[in-house]
Design a protein around this ligand. Sequence first.
Ligand code: SF4
Ligand code: FES
Length: 328
Amino acid sequence: MRASRYFIFFYAAMGVLPILTLGIVISMLLQLSSLRIFLGFFAVDIIVFSLLGITELFYREKRIGKNTLKHEKGSYGPMNKINEIKLVIGRFSTQKKELRDSSYIIKTSRFESVLDGLIDVKQTQDPSLSVRYSCRMGICGSCGVVINGKPSLACETNINEVAKKGVVVVEPMQTQPILKDLVTDFDDFFEKHKSVEPILFRKNNKEKMAAINIYDKTQEEVNKFLPFSYCIMCGLCMDACPVVNTNPEFIGPQALAQVYRYKMDSRDQKGEERITAIDKLTGLWGCEFAGACSKACPKGVDPASAIQLLKIATAEEYMKFNNEKNEV
Ligand code: SF4
Ligand code: FES
């Protein structure tokens, strides 16, 4: 209502000056009572431009509604629409050691994420619900859950977009032990990550403590590892991977992508060691190239490609070694 009033005043004000000027000119030409002409023109101005303002406002609101629906495929509804969503949460009871579903009805606006929905449930309906999160903006990687069967970041998933007939199912990640409700234990994940030594390695011991040089890099050199350095360690790729799901010994896509990231960094001097450490069935060769890791990754890291490139690099190393052996 406030906006509409401003529009009407704006249009009325726009018309005042030219119409009053016209009134002055006509009254001077016809030598009439200028006051009456002023008042007449002023009244016409207010009516005409107010009507214009109202019409503009009407079509503007219609236009915004139309664009919104078109842009969002009609799934969220107009700006001010409140959707009612049933949130089915797979909760793990620490006492009974069993997974059970609890359902909650929440009201959501068009911009709300699944994490907003979970926080809403915790704050207004069930404070005993456990959910892990921190940044709420896809950076910390701590809100990973399975949404409608797909490993996803709760804070980056629009709840209206994934609702199927008004229902959203949220479960804890599958490959890690559940601590409570949606919170899983990342210990094994971090152990695997640590095992590949995801740090820049320098042969000179002094450099390990402090840089003794400026390590200039060309953009081309940076591009080789940059996409793989965007990993936020959310663990979604591990959860999506069918091999990790069936063989917990497999090191998994996250750690392997990090091997590739450091191998491609020209500042790193660990060399072949990085490859030989993962040249085993529970390492590089455990990957069956399902590609589910890259599909699940919210940061576009593409671990599946990294693993295949590591396989090629390993095969090349092996051929080089064989050739050298034959020459001797
Ligand atoms: S590679 Fe992607 S999905 Fe896997 S942990 Fe890193 S950010 Fe998450
Ligand atoms: S809360 Fe940080 S990534 Fe979702």
